[in-house]
Design a protein around this ligand. Sequence first.
Ligand SMILES: [Fe+2]
Length: 213
Amino acid sequence: MRDLHCHILPGVDDGARDMEESLAMFHAAREVGITSITCTPHCRDPYFDYLPMWRAFRAFESAVRRIDETFPLQMGFEVNYAKLIELGLSWAEKLHFNGTNEFLLELEVGARSSRYGDYERTIWELQGMGYDVIIAHPERYTAIQRDIGLAQELVHMGCKLQASTDFLKGGRLGRERRPAQRMLKEGLYTYFASDAHRVEHYEYFAKATSRWM
Ligand SMILES: [Fe+2]
């Protein structure tokens, strides 16, 4: 089972604080049946710093190699929409998952539904550049919580939707459980991911995958 969204890299964002915590998360991930990990630090303020994030990936990778010589690890980013616009779309080349054409896009939590036209234009452009766009935790976005049709439109456009499994406890903001369950029922999700920032977040991944996968 693949986990394609997590904050497991040491000391680069609000996830693992150091290598010790990264490796504790790695062990927790393996225990819940995760067999490959895409590391996705935040590409947004105040965290984003491209080269140090890559260095953290290389350090994490070599620490993991001492435990497991073959465990598949991939570098990626969780790319915030506003940050992507600030950087410019030419950055997509550096921000997609390394070695695949997947691109993990985070929308703005509190955006109104009228903003979704801008999102769609950017997604078209990314798709035109050859990227397979994955939308991070749509259950967290206010406009989608109000109107699930916005999520349906994203799926119709060819996006894949990723649920963050902490929706089981209400999610990051406490309002995510019901919208996630509605989208699950509608079959809108392609992926579950831990979006883990701490060891204990893998527990929700285990619960969600045992219940729905
Ligand atoms: Fe995340």
